[in-house]
Design a protein around this ligand. Structure first.
Ligand SMILES: Nc1nc2c(ncn2[C@@H]2O[C@H](COP(=O)(O)OP(=O)(O)OP(=O)(O)O)[C@@H](O)[C@H]2O)c(=O)[nH]1
Ligand SMILES: [Mg+2]
Ligand SMILES: [Zn+2]
Length: 341
């Protein structure tokens, strides 16, 4: 099998090939591969669906994440470089932290997963959508566990989620009964990479297993009482299913603090973004400036007041991050070296 044919089921295409050209040219024995798993300094690099090399990362490639395309020195079992990412789902490592954490890379679609039981969380969904839009990939919302709620609850949740996700498809499914799966299967096409993101216990790994038709990922228990998951999945993993689907399962994260996401904020709140173009001031922050078209739209009822409220909260968090990063840069400049992010 040619190298291209072996890599194609992993998502390889001309664009990926181009992104790796420079990295592969750095040495004579380097081959392309895709990171399918990262675990404490060791990475599993696939050079074909059934050809996985456990490698270590050199300094230049220590930030590799699942989904990354890399140059691999097969003989030395070393990753020598990471290709520039086409998309990346990035959060702030923690609220107040001055570093970012990448959870998944090079996905075409972010599946934002929430569970109908114990119930969807709109505030969280807004954040997930901001980061999903910012990632450069297309978001898709999946609400799981329709089997444990009645139809009215599920319909209401889909409507609420849709209101918070303009221009994004929202699908409700059950991993138990497979209700809703026909629609989801149509949306999750083979050869494109779908990253699953969401809190622990919402059913990300179970969704992967539903697609696979077998247990390829461990599924967790839900704690009695709070309905929260137990963080069953501990490392992100890219799975190449027999039918050609590429699913990137990630560990549930508790908090989703925003990293640089101004574009993501605009993408997740398109109604505020487009109406804001009519504000009197180009840099209007839609607080109480004169001639604010967004506030006018809220008053006339075309934009929901709670949407603007959410937008403001996320905007403030972004502004706080910007200020923190400027401060960090200033300190670094004083010491005469670049800031590490
Ligand atoms: N009733 C019902 N239970 C489900 C459904 N999907 C998942 N579950 C259950 O929810 C629990 C958690 O599922 P997981 O797939 O492990 O959740 P996860 O999102 O991967 O969680 P982490 O790996 O911890 O991030 C398991 O007990 C699943 O069996 C569903 O559609 N209906
Ligand atoms: Mg899991
Ligand atoms: Zn305005």
């Amino acid at each position: 099998m040619t190298q291209d044919a072996a890599l194609r089921p992993l998502g390889w295409n001309d664009e990926v090939a181009t992104s790796l050209t420079a990295a592969l040219a750095a040495g004579p024995d380097l081959v392309p591969g895709r990171i399918v798993r990262v675990d404490r300094g060791e990475v599993d690099v696939a050079t074909g669906v059934d050809d996985i090399v456990r490698a270590t990362s050199t300094t230049s490639a220590k930030d590799a994440v699942a989904g990354d395309w890399v140059a691999l020195d097969r003989g030395a079992a070393r990753v020598t470089a990471i290709a520039p990412r086409s998309t990346a789902f990035v959060r702030r490592a923690a609220r107040g932290a001055r570093s970012a954490q990448t959870l998944a890379a090079n996905m075409d679609v972010v599946l934002v997963v929430q569970a109908l039981e114990p119930g969807i969380n709109i505030r969280r969904l807004e954040r997930e959508l901001v980061l999903a839009h910012q990632s450069g990939a297309r978001p898709l919302v999946v609400l799981t566990k329709t089997d444990v709620v009645d139809d009215a609850t599920s319909t209401k949740a889909v409507a609420e989620a849709s209101r918070c996700a303009p221009r994004v498809a929202v699908v409700a499914v059950s991993n138990r009964t497979r209700a809703g799966f026909d629609e989801l299967e149509r949306l999750v096409e083979p050869s494109r990479t779908f990253a699953l993101l969401g809190s622990s216990g919402v059913g990300k790994s179970t969704l992967v297993n539903s697609f696979a038709g077998e247990r390829v990922q461990l599924e967790g228990e839900i704690r009695d009482g709070d309905g929260k998951g137990r963080h069953t999945t501990t490392a992100a993993r890219l799975l190449c299913l027999a039918d050609g689907r590429l699913l990137l399962d990630t560990p549930g994260v508790r908090a989703l603090a925003l990293w640089e996401s101004w574009e993501g904020l605009a993408g997740a709140f398109p109604e505020i973004e487009s109406t804001g173009e009519q504000c009197q001031f180009a840099d209007c922050f839609h607080d109480n400036e004169p001639g604010c078209a967004v506030i006018a739209a809220v008053e006339s009822g075309t934009i929901d007041a709670d949407r603007l409220e959410s937008w403001r909260t996320l905007r403030d968090e972004m502004a706080e991050l910007d200020a923190d990063l400027v401060e960090q840069q200033r300190k670094a400049d004083r010491r005469g070296r670049p800031a590490h992010r």
